[in-house]
Ligand binder design. Structure first.
Ligand code: PEP
Ligand code: MN
Length: 276
């Protein structure tokens, strides 16, 4: 558990990160930022540097995108997260965002992880689609070892034989990661499934599997999105997700409260017996 600004990550309160896959323009980002803020998300996501599978696809707005991200942050008060692909971009990105994202494709980029480990920015580290849980945890240790302790692990699906979803969202990894490390664990059902029609149930399943937060892609018109439109929620569906997210979070928080009371009562009993 740690703080990012005023926000506690990995505590009782569940966290929502939402925003477009890519920052496409000033108006697009501000419109999304206002909407996700109004619905209760705490962190705005948006890529300025995009690791696209095809070099012919939209690669992101670069520094211009970072300016828009900072503007959205100043207007809404949301924290922001954006992806770093190269060490050379790191100093500039650090000036414009609260959290650094390491994408699935760079989880094995050890020089980048070490360099990020020497910054004081919290990191959202995504699991590579070909990484075992052990490799994922060792990647996080490259950052921790350099002194940066604020790392969030993000399960975002792995590559399997089944292509009915873009990736196979490995929800079993969530409680396992929580057992094997003390870092907060998030779930990204957008990349984890590649299908907007099942993002909501898989986000909720992530919470049930004990995730500390969820990250989803949101766009006013996913069909026109310059990247990852098929897995992106429109505003009405994001609102629906947030309603469910809030009520499920409340239920989980109350259950954790009951469980901790139960544990402390049980601990109290033997000492009372010993006293009598
Ligand atoms: C993203 O978050 O937009 C992204 C590219 O994710 P991943 O690295 O998990 O593919
Ligand atoms: Mn994306």
């Amino acid at each position: 558990m740690f703080k990012i600004g005023d926000l506690t990550v990995g505590g009782r309160q569940k966290v929502m990160i939402a925003g477009p896959c890519a920052i496409e323009g000033r108006e697009q980002l501000l419109q999304i930022a206002r909407e996700v803020k109004a619905q209760g998300a705490q962190i705005l996501r948006g890529g300025a540097y995009k690791p696209r599978t095809s070099p012919y696809s939209f690669q992101g707005l670069g520094p211009q995108g970072l300016f828009y991200l900072k503007e959205a942050r100043e207007e809404t008060g949301l924290l922001t997260v954006t992806e770093v692909m190269e060490p050379e971009e790191l100093d500039l990105i650090c000036k414009y965002t609260d959290i650094l994202q390491v994408g699935a494709r760079n989880m094995f980029n050890y020089p980048l992880l070490k360099r990020i480990g020497r910054t004081d920015k919290p990191v959202l580290l995504k699991r590579s689609f070909m990484a075992t849980v052990e490799e994922f945890l060792l990647a996080s240790e490259y950052i921790l070892k350099e002194g940066n302790q604020r790392v969030i692990l993000c399960e975002r699906g792995i590559r399997t034989f089944d292509h009915i979803t873009r990736n196979t969202l490995d929800l079993a990894s969530v409680p396992i990661l929580k057992k094997m490390s003390s870092l907060p664990v998030f779930v990204d059902p957008s990349h984890g499934t590649g299908r907007s029609d099942i993002v909501i149930p898989m986000a909720l399943a992530g919470l049930i599997a004990s995730a500390d937060g969820i990250m989803v892609e949101v766009h006013p018109n996913p069909k026109k999105a310059l990247s990852d439109g098929l897995q992106t929620l429109d505003f009405p569906h994001f609102r629906e997700l947030m309603e469910e997210f809030r009520s499920l979070s409340r239920y989980i928080e109350a259950q954790e409260e009951r469980r901790s009371n139960y544990v402390s009562r049980r601990e109290a009993v033997p000492s009372q017996e010993a006293a009598s």
